[in-house]
Design a protein around this ligand. Structure first.
Ligand code: BGC
Length: 401
């Protein structure tokens, strides 16, 4: 039904409503809202699977929220792939609520899960809970987002987050031909949630790539907002990104100033920014709008020319790598660089980039890919997307999105 809705924003709002309305998802997970302070959870008892000498192991999976599209896919793939490998899973979504995520993880510790996979809502708020996990002998793998200020995290599996931003910056550089054109061109940045350690990496990757052109005056930021703090978007909210962009357009562009680029760190923010440009931008050009993830509404906007690109991260492969790392940990091994050649997806082993304040967390990093309207078929070829009945837009093949 979603695909018949007219605008990208309404798509986002419907997704948001689905996450708040007490509806059930296709995996029969009851979806709850932040008001009732409960989480959605799903435990699968994969009876009969025997994965080690001590019997079937249970993996506790803590996801941040159902209201941002990608985590629905992550949750589904994690559950599917771990269960197919013979594990039981306990999957919790914590409604972007830090306290709830702590409670949910405490619940999984009490349930004696054998391993915790955590995509933190706020990487700085889990230290005590993870210290409890450590005391209970439960290893922790940080999934996609680094968990800060704890020695209880064993591994980090993610994409090369700096490269995500770098690809966005390089895309802008190439589209505007910054090395040969005189400019000046106008750009505005929209970054992610300060609580998410990834958000800085994305912003820095993009900003560092464009800095030389900003410094030389070829790229101008009319709003003057050039630090991460000035352009961050709490909780990666589409609505907040929309409002911020509307304010920027009203304050700096209502006199006819041309906007050439809206550099957005991800798709949920790009959705709001693109909506603000559609409704509030006075100019007649279509600014370049960047994103990240390959969310369905954004892919639709790419087809419609409202967003220009997204940096795609194959979440199914991220899950595959996480599975291999987790299996090794659960087998009592200490995975290192030698695991890379055995992984189902290409990844690098990094032991220097991700310092969480207490330790440098050994990391397995996958590579992101630029997607524009010219290579959407790439997504179909992954098997994770398909063309819709009109053959114009993409749908996810995952059942939850
Ligand atoms: C993820 C991005 C995602 C963002 C908001 C980040 O931690 O790496 O893929 O767009 O969170 O959900």
């Amino acid at each position: 039904m979603k695909r018949f809705l007219a605008t990208a924003l309404s798509l986002a709002m419907v997704a948001g409503m689905a996450s708040c309305g007490g509806t059930e998802t296709t995996d029969n997970t009851p979806v709850t809202n932040s008001n009732n302070n409960s989480s959605s959870s799903d435990t699968n008892n994969n009876e009969g699977a025997d994965n080690s000498s001590s019997g079937t192991k249970t993996v506790g999976i803590a996801m941040p929220t159902k209201s941002l599209e990608r985590w629905n896919r992550d949750g589904e793939y994690l559950k599917e792939q771990f269960e197919a490998a013979g594990f039981k899973t306990e999957l919790k979504y914590s409604d972007n609520d830090v306290k709830q995520q702590n409670n949910d993880i405490q619940g999984m510790i009490a349930d004696n899960v054998d391993l915790l996979l955590i995509a933190a809502i706020d990487g700085n708020t889990l230290s005590q809970t993870l210290s409890d996990a450590k005391s209970a002998g439960i290893p922790v793998v940080a999934y996609d987002r680094l968990i800060m200020n704890t020695d209880a995290v064993s591994y980090y599996v993610s994409f090369d987050n700096y490269t995500v931003g770098k690809l966005q910056g390089e895309f802008v550089r190439d589209e505007l031909k910054l090395d040969s054109e005189d400019g000046p061109f106008n750009i505005e940045f929209t970054a992610g949630d300060p609580a998410d350690n990834n958000a800085n990496y994305f912003f820095n990757g993009a900003y560092d790539t464009l800095k030389t052109y900003i410094d030389s005056g070829k790229l101008v930021i009319p709003s003057g907002k050039k630090t991460f703090e000035q352009v961050a978007t709490t909780k990666w909210s589409t609505d907040t990104a929309l409002e911020n962009m509307q304010n920027t357009l009203a304050s700096y562009y209502s006199d006819g100033t041309k906007l050439d680029v809206a550099l957005c760190s991800n798709d949920s923010t790009a959705l709001g920014v693109a909506q603000a440009i559609t409704s509030d931008y006075a100019g007649s050009n279509s600014p370049i709008v960047t994103g990240q993830d390959g969310d369905i509404a954004n892919l639709r906007n790419i087809v419609d020319g409202i967003q220009t690109m997204t940096v795609y991260k194959n979440v199914s492969e991220e899950v595959g790598v996480t599975l291999e790392v987790s299996k090794a940990v659960l087998n009592g091994e200490t995975p290192d660089g030698s695991l890379v050649s055995k992984l189902s997806a290409e990844a690098t082993y990094d032991t220097s980039s991700y310092d969480n304040g207490v330790k440098t967390v050994p990391s397995y990093l996958l590579s992101p890919v630029v997607v524009t309207k010219d290579n959407l078929q790439y997504l179909v070829d992954t098997g994770l997307y398909k063309w819709d009945s009109s053959n114009k837009y993409l749908e996810s093949t995952a059942s939850t999105t």
